[in-house]
Ligand binder design. Sequence first.
Ligand code: ADP
Ligand code: MG
Length: 330
Amino acid sequence: MSDTIISVKNVTKQYQATQAGGIKNISFEIKKGDVVAIIGESGSGKSTLLKSIYGLLKIDDGEIFFQNEKVKGPDEQLIPGHKQMKMVTQDFSLNIYAKVYDNIASQLSNTDLKTKAEKTNQIMEHLRISQLQNKKIIELSGGEQQRVAIAKAMVADTQVLLLDEPFSQVDALLKNQLRGDIKRVAAETGVTVILVSHDPADGLFLADQLLIIKDGKLLQTGKPAEIYQHPEHIYTARILGNAVVLNKADAEKIGLKTEKEMVVFYPEWAELKSNWDSRRFEVKDVYYKGFYDELLLERNGVLVRALQLNRGAHKKNDHVQLNIGRFLEF
Ligand code: ADP
Ligand code: MG
């Protein structure tokens, strides 16, 4: 228990205007130093949960603890937001006409100028922005601005960094870099990171813990690989892995027997075979995915997808056989 930094206990927050919005009876714990990703489709309550943890929203029910201290809501303190937590939102809230160095250093007091300079330089090194220190924010790219925003949020002994959709403004290449940076900075500094994303790739890559939320409810939490391999809901398999979802009747048309209503499998669980039994699928389309192909396959009017690692081996209109080695039933 001692390495728990955040505990969320039965937290409910409903917005008056929209009875459907908000979050409902959510409970979980976060370990100090972990990178935690909150994943869910747009409107599922991710930002509401993040703001609640930070103390920006007055929650209706439940409690949130930072270590052993209860997080105060905006009605309980003058300046909303916990002192040892920092939230970075999509607008970055940087002074765009000031220099990078000054944006970051502004978070530290002037009582000890030596420490101020040391800490500012150190965090710039961690985020690999030292070479930008004398540039103004308006002279930076979106990705560089984001690094500065994270450095600014972290410089003043921040214990928990809250990131709301940190990758939404950046291109794919930069996204990979930033993901790596966040993971590395967390490991080097021991800061706990909670990030929110509607894109599961963000979370799967770097998280120690995933939280899957839907319609304001926590569906599942755990390590990314565990959740991916053993999703408890179809929504989770869909959002994490672009899963194939079939109803019982369709499943049976392609030879999968089930007592349940739905069958779900990830494309990579379906293995292409060249000499197997009589389950014949026709290749309807081939999607180029870089180092592999994704095949759209049809049998008895049912469409499924499978991966072809041996790129180009089967083409449109070919007939292939498929071994769906593993599938989940719901
Ligand atoms: P996400 O970040 O996952 O997209 P949000 O937490 O922002 O979701 O919102 C969850 C739900 O609560 C949505 O249905 C949204 O419309 C509603 N909501 C969010 N903020 C407010 C607000 N200030 N007033 C009324 N409804 C809100
Ligand atoms: Mg949001």
